[in-house]
Design a protein around this ligand. Structure first.
Ligand SMILES: Cc1cc2nc3c(=O)[nH]c(=O)nc-3n(C[C@H](O)[C@H](O)[C@H](O)COP(=O)(O)OP(=O)(O)OC[C@H]3O[C@@H](n4cnc5c(N)ncnc54)[C@H](O)[C@@H]3O)c2cc1C
Length: 409
């Protein structure tokens, strides 16, 4: 029995496993001769990109609904170590560790929020990095809403104005109004702080739109400052400002899974392992990587972005190629020649950019409609529980960019 093992069942891992199952099916390999096994910490595929939203019920897709119909075995457990010479992985499940061998391994363990050693950060800051983190943040707000208290209870400071921080801050004033009631409207305060000179600085043509949308929704902007400390009742910023707040959300960027450090390669500044156009980890035989764990030159020149946009195709190609490599048939190189960014800006709408230089393509309600289609449909696996649908969706093809309504339409 040959085994293709996938670590992780996020955007890269789920699609790696389905891509591998699809290729086995295409080659007509019987189930008794090869299996695909996916190891994931939870029994769910999390639509992680929606963690700034509420409610999150629809963001957990049971793996059993997707992997089982495709004939993929899933194990709920944590991969602890990778033994390259013996081609096996140590998995902790139900408080026990066991080794499982592989013929081809796909590392798709994703990323985690970076947590630098800032005083009070781990004790007092919330996050939306995971479903569990986002749920804790919302429960904390619900609890504050139930009790009377000082003005700080109506204040939220979001630190880090990358895409996640901007989406969370833009959504927060309306969320606080719905939790605390319209009467509390005047007391509600949302601050977005970042060390860059302008909020949304890396967003090219979308930058002024982001700033205007945040200000229109009452979000206070603090560019050019860093976080010095978090306490139970607020944050201390460089430059001397202290902001009183009972809620601090840290959105300070992502780091690849620590499992990448177990491979004998030089990782990049995000901790990602280098992969070639076929998603093979450079100079590590039998091992592929996809998603936030891996750095590929996505258009032949530019490195991939840690994003769902790149993780899904990387997964489909990694699964396809791992099986192709195992059975000695041609692999397919991954190359994507388009890049877009679409950022939710709360009730105000959204902003959509095209190209690596981020040219403004649309904004407001039309862009929001595109964002809803992406978040609620495009990035989900089929919900039919049908084998054929799963395998078809896992084909190693490049999707066209999401449709957007333009000003000129
Ligand atoms: C709030 C938020 C908004 C975002 N918005 C966007 C967006 O608009 N567009 C976009 O393109 N990207 C966005 N991203 C980034 C995107 O979510 C990630 O780039 C994407 O999830 C990467 O997919 P992945 O499969 O590599 O990793 P993940 O989605 O992190 O999946 C990794 C999986 O592996 C599991 N795992 C990890 N370690 C182990 C282990 N040792 N053993 C077993 N299982 C393990 C995890 O439980 C998880 O299920 C956003 C992220 C956040 C947090």
């Amino acid at each position: 029995m040959k085994r293709i093992m996938v670590i992780g069942a996020g955007f890269a891992g789920l699609w790696s496993a389905l891509g591998a199952a699809r290729k086995l099916d295409e080659l007509g390999v019987p189930a008794r001769e090869a299996e695909v096994v996916a190891i994931n910490g939870t029994p769910y595929h999390s639509i992680r990109v929606r963690n700034y939203e509420q409610p999150l019920d629809a963001t957990l897709v049971p793996l059993a609904d997707v992997l089982e119909p495709a004939g993929v075995r899933s194990i709920q457990g944590i991969a602890r170590s990778i033994d390259l010479p013996n081609r096996r992985v140590e998995i902790e499940a139900d408080a026990q560790c066991q080794w499982l061998t592989y013929d081809r391994l796909i590392l798709a363990a994703g990323s985690q929020l970076a947590r630098p050693p800032i005083a009070g950060l781990s004790e007092f800051a919330s996050d939306v990095d995971t479903y569990a983190g986002a749920t804790r943040l919302h429960d904390h707000l619900l609890q504050l809403a139930r009790m009377p208290g000082p003005a700080e209870r109506l204040s939220v400071v979001v630190v880090g104005a990358g895409l996640t921080g901007i989406e969370l801050a833009a959504e927060m004033p309306a969320r606080l109004r719905s939790l605390f009631g319209e009467k509390a409207r005047d007391g509600i305060r949302v601050v977005l702080a970042d060390r860059s000179a302008r909020i949304g600085q890396a967003m090219g043509g979308a930058q002024p739109v982001i700033e205007a949308a945040l200000l229109a929704q009452g979000v206070e902007l603090r560019p050019g400052v860093s976080l010095e400390a978090v306490t139970r009742d607020g944050v201390q910023l460089t430059g001397g400002e202290h902001i009183a707040a009972n809620t601090v959300a840290w959105c300070g960027g992502m780091r690849a899974s620590p499992l990448t450090a177990q491979l004998p390669v030089t990782t990049d500044s995000f901790g990602r392992v280098p992969v070639d156009a076929f998603l093979r980890v450079e100079s590590v035989p039998g091992v592929f990587a996809a998603g936030d764990c891996a750095r590929i030159l996505i258009d032949g020149e530019r490195p991939s972005i840690m994003s769902c946009q790149h993780a899904r195709p990387m997964g489909r190609f990694a699964g396809h190629n791992a099986v192709s490599d195992l059975f000695g048939v041609d692999m397919l190189p991954l190359r994507i020649d388009w890049y877009t960014t679409i950022l939710d800006l709360g009730p105000w709408g959204a902003v959509y950019t095209e190209g690596w230089e981020r040219r403004l393509a649309s904004q407001g309600a039309p862009a929001k409609a595109t964002k809803r289609t992406i978040n609620c449909e495009r990035i989900y696996p089929p919900r039919t529980k049908q084998r054929d649908d799963m395998l078809q969706a896992a084909a190693p093809v490049i999707q066209t960019p999401p449709y957007t309504v333009r000003e000129s339409d």
